[in-house]
Unconditional design. Sequence first.
Length: 424
Amino acid sequence: MNIEKFQVAEFNDSHRQAHERSFEYIAGTIPHVADILQKLQDFQVAIPSWALGTGGTRFGRFSGGGEPRNLEEKISDIGILHALNRSSGAISLHIPWDIPENAANIKALAAQHDIRFDAVNSNTFQDQPDQALSYKFGSLHHTDKGVRKLAIEHNIEVIKYGVELGSNALSLWLADGSCFPGQLNFRGAFKRTLDSLQEVYAALPDAWKLYIEYKAYEPNFYSTTIGDWGQSLLFANKLGPKAYTLVDLGHHLPNANIEQIVALLLMEGKLAGFHFNDSKYGDDDLTVGSINPYQLFLIFNELVEGMDARGMNHANDLGWMIDASHNVKDPLEDLLQSVEAIMIAYAQALLVDTKALQAAQQNNDAVAAQEILQYAYRTDVRPLVAQARLQAGGVLQPVAFYRQFKVREQLIKERGLKTVATGL
């Protein structure tokens, strides 16, 4: 289905008066509001191709119906998101879940929805049908050279798909690790992984980047070969200038200071970007900003300050992507909420008086520093985000529009109630 422009116009007209009152109030308190609105319009968050279907756990999965049955329908769903929020103008493919059979046709379809291709993702954490060798005990770190070769070749194949689609990055997450003490020689696993990554790195086109993701635990619960940001950074430094550390907000032990990790990676020029989600206990993959929105703001505060210090482009110099599991929500509603939370945190960070904060830090004035940060965080920036969306051609209230026009119901009529998205 398509979101029609007349529907957007009618919806916005019915909410415009209330919005204009809210926007005029906050705009009168903010210097350089036009610059902030432009930054918000430029900022795009990639939607992963695996996030368009209902998620689940090892105990069960409960589909809501109307899920996309193929890559074309997934692009169509992202087109719906982008038409509503104008901030979802990219897709991140997962191979082999979403192999583009005809790259030219897929690119043309994405272009119709004003969508580009972000990082491509490999999969060596599952055995595929008729796979000759198994990843049960790892992939790039496996003791069997044949398994390592299989995993290397798969990553190189994913790069080739990405080149065809106009992507410029390979995002790599390994499930490699061990479940029990003594099962694995840590140094040997690291060395084998590095040797494997060097072959993948050598296959990268000149303008490409390699995003190296890390995770503290799961599916292995004793050790993970790339278990934290230090280990990822170690690989990135050894590989070369095209390798970077990717931060998934859920891939940390409880109470980790993620904003400090982000600041240091940015300082070193080794921050690849983000997989956005939220977490209560561990890698919960919850809706962005649903548990700890203040932490999300603090992360963006470090990003804005650090990127500005390095003269970086907020929209393009890092990778921005959602990675969440919509176990009980409509996936499209969840993604709309997640993108909104990201845009709100970004807008709040743009309001921080950086010079005043730096002065407070220089004077060791903890009270003033807290006041400066919390003033920005407690500012209701939703009218700013909505105005940026309006100026870009989106709707003032995406979730309300989605429900009013019964988008999920229409998708169920088109696709059926029992459809299951690929890859899940």
